[in-house]
Design a protein around this ligand. Structure first.
Ligand SMILES: Cc1cc2nc3c(=O)[nH]c(=O)nc-3n(C[C@H](O)[C@H](O)[C@H](O)COP(=O)(O)O)c2cc1C
Length: 329
């Protein structure tokens, strides 16, 4: 008979798995996931009680966030020395994915590097240094994409149209009282000077681009020309996938892998979904840039021009769910 140690995660392993999930990026830092660890499986579920009905009525951002958490979870399973059998059922909520430890297997160098980047990754919503991202680094970041996910590199020919659409989206978001109330409710504990999420506070010269974070009631929206010239200085990626549970989760996995690879290359990044929730903008972007599937997330990449504070998280214990009771404790 196998002893209990072989059949179940040890307390140390539980800690490693939980901490990896907790550090994932999530929409408005909502951390909309829970984790059950029966036997040697890790079951990641979404938490619909942490919903954003105004910004994200379809729950796509929640699943993208869970995809990012899944990427971290699988890296943790691998770094603990287990082969990970991953299933993304794509069926009924709340289950998002299962990562089952299936026999011993050493992690690759690539996995060790990606895992090590988890604790260094953070949203860099500020401007970047003028150094361009080398094509060789870029290909290490975006190749290969998981099945069903496409990554579009925004080129110089796209910049004007992209700037125009971001400006349109920003004006809609700024004027939507319900959306702004929801945003304030979720992010009011963030730094109130706006610097923390990339919005320019008067007199703060190192602040990021005004479009680089979340558009609020008080955001200053630059004109299209200014925006286009700023966009031209950045490396911008658009992650695209079909609008399905599996599509959203896979896009989140791809985004987190790219982000961790970027951090490993000495780069910084931030992501935006807010403009893509303006449905007309989303459809026009897909058409104008001939995207192969609906756009799910925008990522800005560059060399950091300074450090960014680590954002807060709920304690790791909060995410663990008892499989028999199905509740968070
Ligand atoms: C699906 C998704 C959508 C996001 N959308 C935005 C956005 O539109 N604007 C923004 O500034 N940050 C956005 N973020 C970043 C989160 O706000 C950020 O990950 C969270 O606050 C935690 O901070 P950290 O990334 O520094 O750990 C998004 C993250 C995810 C996963």
């Amino acid at each position: 008979m196998r002893d209990a140690n072989e059949r179940e995660w040890s307390a140390g392993e539980v800690e490693v798995l939980a901490r990896a999930v907790v550090r994932a990026p999530s929409v408005h830092n909502s951390q909309p996931w829970s984790l059950a660890l029966p036997e040697r499986r890790a079951e990641l579920s979404e938490r619909a009680d942490l919903a954003l009905p105004r910004q994200d009525p379809r729950g796509a951002d929640r699943l993208l966030s869970c995809g990012a958490a899944l990427a971290n979870l699988v890296l943790a399973v691998r770094v603990l020395g287990w082969h990970a059998d991953v299933t993304i059922p794509g069926g009924e909520a709340p289950l998002v994915a299962i990562a089952a430890a299936a026999g011993r297997e050493q992690p690759s160098d690539h996995e060790l590097h990606a895992y090590a980047a988890i604790s260094r990754r953070r949203s860099h919503r500020r401007s970047f240094s003028p150094l361009p991202v080398a094509p060789v680094a870029l290909s290490r970041i975006i190749d290969p994409m998981p099945e069903g996910v496409f990554c579009h590199l925004v080129g110089p020919e796209d910049t004007d149209e992209f700037a125009d659409l971001l400006e349109t989206a920003a004006k809609v978001i700024k004027g939507d009282a319900g959306l702004q109330a929801e945003l304030a409710a979720w992010t009011s504990a963030w730094r109130t000077d706006g610097v923390g999420d990339g919005l320019v506070a008067p007199g703060y010269e190192k602040a990021g681009l005004p479009w680089a974070g979340l558009v609020r009631e008080t955001s200053v929206i630059p004109d299209t020309g200014t925006l286009a010239s700023r966009l031209a200085q950045e490396t911008l990626l658009i992650f695209c996938a079909e609008d399905s549970r599996a599509g959203h989760v896979s896009a989140g996995v791809a985004m987190e892998h790219a982000w961790l690879a970027a951090v490993d290359e000495g780069l910084a990044a931030s992501v935006l979904s807010q403009p893509l929730h303006v449905l007309d903008v989303r459809a026009r972007l897909a058409g104008a840039l001939s995207l192969p599937a609906p756009p799910q997330l925008i990522m800005r990449l560059g060399y950091p021009d300074g450090s960014v504070r680590r954002s807060a998280r709920r304690p790791a214990g909060d995410l663990l769910r008892r499989p028999d009771r199905g509740r968070v404790f």
